[in-house]
Ligand binder design. Structure first.
Ligand code: CA
Length: 233
């Protein structure tokens, strides 16, 4: 697995490199956007860790150029943002980043997030019809969803079609921040006409069925001012 690290702050770049090299990933570092584009083309990485604020070409621009150029191997992109760049962060997701990480982050968090993303890529290669996270498995062919209760026990979830689609959407993009509009497009289609708060109702029902404590969700998280995201690390 090859990872391209794009970060102009050299200490952070080195720190990321050390964390991920220790885990056995092959890492390359570049410090600006243009080098990111050319190096990405040469080495065809599995994952690009892309800082948002870069000199010259910024992370958003790099991200959208990579996506538009249609690389031979479509890399996963994890955007790095500093605190307080919330809005940019969301724009980043809609220009094609797969996940984001807010600085400062711990090495443990970095490694966990990278593993979660790459696990997704392995599963995609095997079959696109089954999505798995730490606790959940969704089988799109059989229309079944299960939750792991502990090492031995797994329960089948009793979901409505809508809840099933909602969970599938979440699980197929762990860590992605969804706006209500995006969820509506995905679940009802673009011709939906009504109050987008309808999403909240279904989220509430889904949480009741999958969260150990629906009042303090550990999987379906609210992202204040934006919408929702699913996390299961
Ligand atoms: Ca920077």
């Amino acid at each position: 697995m090859e990872i391209l690290i794009v970060e102009d702050e050299r200490e952070i770049a080195q720190l990321i490199n050390n964390c991920l090299s220790r885990e056995g990933f092959q890492c390359h570092i570049v410090h600006d956007g243009l080098s990111a584009l050319s190096t990405a083309k040469t080495i065809q990485p599995d994952l690009i860790i892309l800082d948002l604020m870069l000199p010259g070409l910024d992370g958003l621009e790099v991200c959208s150029r990579l996506r538009n150029e249609g690389m031979a191997k479509d890399p996963y992109i994890m955007m790095l943002t500093a605190k307080g760049e919330e809005i940019d962060r969301v724009i980043g997701l809609s220009t094609g980043a797969d996940d984001y990480l807010v600085k400062p982050f711990s090495p443990r968090e970095l490694v966990a997030r990278v593993r979660a993303l790459l696990r997704r890529s392995l599963r995609h290669e095997k079959t696109a019809q089954i999505y798995e996270t730490e606790h959940f498995t969704v089988n799109l062919d059989e229309h079944t969803a299960t939750r792991k209760l502990d090492e031995q026990k797994t329960e089948e979830l009793d979901l409505t079609a809508l809840e099933f689609n909602l969970l599938s959407a979440f699980i197929s993009y762990p860590g992605k921040v969804w706006s209500r509009t995006q969820l509506i497009d995905k679940l009802w289609g673009a011709d939906f006409f009504g109050d987008e708060r309808v999403v909240d109702t279904h989220i509430r029902r889904l949480r009741k069925k999958i969260e150990p404590n629906p009042a303090q969700p550990s999987f379906v998280k609210t992202v204040v001012g934006v919408g929702y995201k699913f996390e299961d690390l």
